[in-house]
Every structure is written in C-alpha cells, then in structure tokens.
Design a protein around this ligand. Structure first.
Ligand code: F6P
Length: 361
C-alpha cells in the first residue's frame, strides 16, 4: 500500500476538516492507501509528531470548524525569529526530509495558503513529492478562482454587516467594520457588496479621506441618516500607498490606533462630526462550521487530491477554474499573490449601485 502524510498549515479557516475528510475518505476507501496525520503543520513534520489515521479519525468531521490536525505558521526554510544560527532553516528542512523518509511517505499533502505552497514547492524541489490544496479566507492564492474558507467568511462578514445596518439606522451613526485581508481585498469586496456597504476600502485601491468624507456628506444631504464603511485590515491611504514597506512599518508603529478600522473611524468622526463606531470582526471570520459552498468545494478539492495521489501525479495544487477542478504545477503558484485587479467587474458593479472606494471615481 502507498502511504501519504497530510498536514494543515498557516491560519485556519472553515472547511479544513471537510477537505481532510475528502482526501482521506477517498484515499482510504476508494484507493486503499495508508494515511499519516501530521500535527501542527510543518512543525509536526520537523518534530516527527505524526500518527497513523483510522477512519474513526476522519469520520464525522465534515461540519467541524478548525482542523483536527492542528496548524502552525512554521516556515521551515526560514530560521526562527531571534535565531542566531543561520543554519536553523536548513536544519529544519533536513529534519523534514528525514522524517518524510522515516515515515515511509510516498507523498505529502498540504492544506494551506501562500506561505504553505511556497514551502511545498521548495520541498518538491528538494526531492519530496507534494500535493497542495488551496485554503484561506483571504482568497488570495494564485491559480484558483476561489479557495475554500473564503465563502464561509463572506457569509459571516455579510451577516455582521446586516446586523450593523439596524443599529446604525437606529442611532444615525457611521459604522465602520473591519474585515480580514492584509494584502488582498476580496473579503471586503464580496461582503461589502453583499451587505450593501456604502464605502468599501481595500488594499488594491488607495483611498483619500476627502473622498470618503464627501461621500458620507452627500448621503446625509440625500436624507440617509447612517452609513456603513467596510474596511479591509490592509487598506491603504494614498499617502501610505506611496511609501516604502519600511516607511509604512514605521508609521504603523507610531500610530496610536490598534488597527486600520479604528484609524478610519476616528478620521471620519473628526472630519464630519458624525457619530462613528467601529467593529473589528477578527477571528469570528475564521471560526465555526463551513458554509455549504465551502463543504462542497473542500470535498471536491479533497477527492481530486486523492485521485492525484492514486495516479502519482505529484507536484501539483488542486484548483478551481471556470467551475472545473484542475491540477496546476506548484511552481506556477509559489511566490505569487492573487489580489483584486482594480478593473475587476465587481468593482464596477459596486460603483454602479453607488458604492464608494475612497478614490473619487
Ligand atoms: O489566514 C489569513 C489571515 O486570516 C489574514 O487575513 C489575517 O491578517 C491573518 O490571517 C491573521 O492571522 P493570525 O493572527 O492567525 O496570524
């Protein structure tokens, strides 16, 4: 029998267990393979923290949030922060390669985001067989139209925006809601449109406070007594967008606001005199049961990955392209980021219903 190891790496998201179940059930029952579950991402593989999985381990987990395997943000090719030994990175990689062989793995299946796939590609180049499954609420993985976890987060954020509407209306307030997304604004864009946000700020479209203020005042003049502002945590003002990464870091350190949402809310209240409140949605977006869409997508990705294992078609990431599940080389995915193109049709859709992106268009 062939044996593969499976791990989840990076920030968790709804649908991880559904995907684990998809791979393991198909591999075990349909293809007769053995499965080794590796704890807490690449860290478990470095430390040899792994065990044989039985059907009782992956039965009944479809609807569960989190990951039965645990996860970590371990990046084996990078030395740990504060680690003096420049060899630490390669020692960790050596340990991974050693444990891969000790466990008699034919392939390693990794469920993760961009960092995970970058590592997956490097391990593939180091001689291991690797298959990847794209997960993240950020939807920022190159090569796939959508990642699992994303639509659950969209549902959660949309419900939050709906709920903020009624309280915003009751008090005639501006409600700022901050959603996740450091580099990509997919979640803010989708939930912002679905929830009817009046202003949506995303990292890909730098904003000017003046345009935000103008939009809020225009709404007020039209008799709208409240407004909803959806902010991606990584949204950038025009000024910030012109800074280098280092300058931005420095600025953020000096900034007295804990997150972007607080900063935007403060500036709005100061500039307009409108009573403004902020809600940071945070980890609620990552927790809990996956939506039906994500259960379906994770199951499709999982069973497709099992088929790749069966065929010995390694070095690939499963992906969704125009409704079809396909496999693309890890090398095509690594080092890339899928951000929102400023000419994305949804941006125009949002503008057509009067949504402002803070850029004055
Ligand atoms: O998984 C990606 C992400 O959700 C980002 O949008 C967010 O900024 C980040 O994870 C925070 O994760 P953590 O605090 O777990 O490192």
């Amino acid at each position: 029998t062939r044996t593969f190891g499976i791990l989840t790496s990076g920030g968790d998201c709804p649908g991880l267990n559904a995907a684990i179940r998809g791979v393991t059930k198909a591999a075990y029952w349909r293809y007769g393979m053995s499965i080794i579950g590796i704890s807490h991402g690449y860290r478990g593989l470095i430390e040899g923290d792994a065990r044989l999985l039985h059907p009782r381990d992956f039965d009944g987990i479809l609807t569960r949030g989190g990951t039965i395997l645990g996860t970590s943000r371990e990046k084996p090719f990078k030395p740990d922060p504060g680690e003096k030994d420049s060899e630490a990175g390669s020692r960790k990689v050596e340990a991974i390669i050693e444990n891969y062989h000790k466990l008699h793995l034919d392939c390693l299946v990794v469920l993760g985001g961009n960092g995970t796939h970058k590592t997956a590609h490097l391990l593939q180049q180091a001689g291991l067989n690797v298959i990847g499954l794209p997960k993240t609420i950020d939807n920022d993985i190159w090569g796939t139209d959508v990642t699992f976890g994303f639509h659950s987060a969209v549902d959660i954020a949309t419900e939050a925006i709906d709920r903020l509407h009624s309280t915003a209306h009751a008090h005639n307030r501006v409600m700022v809601i901050e959603v996740m997304g450091h580099k990509a604004g997919w979640l803010a864009l989708y939930a912002g449109i679905a929830g009817g946000g009046d202003i949506i700020l995303i990292p890909e479209i730098p904003y000017d406070l003046a345009h935000i203020v103008h939009h809020l005042q225009t709404r007020q003049q039209r008799g709208k007594e409240f407004s909803i502002v959806v902010v991606a945590e990584g949204a950038l003002s025009r000024e910030e967008s012109l800074m280098s990464k280092e300058e931005r870091k420095k600025r953020r350190k000096k900034n007295r606001f804990p997150t972007k949402g607080y900063e935007v809310a403060h500036l709005i209240q100061e500039a307009t005199g409108m009573e403004t409140r902020v809600t940071v949605l945070g980890y609620l977006q990552r927790g809990g049961t996956p939506s039906p869409y994500d259960r379906l997508l994770a199951t499709r990705f999982g069973t497709a990955a099992a088929e790749l294992l069966y065929r010995g078609d390694y070095g690939k990431m499963v992906a969704l392209r125009d409704g079809e599940v396909v496999a693309i080389p890890l090398g095509e995915v690594a080092e890339k980021l899928k951000t929102v193109p400023p000419d994305h049709p949804l941006i125009d859709t949002a503008r057509a219903v009067g949504t402002c992106f803070g850029d004055g268009v």
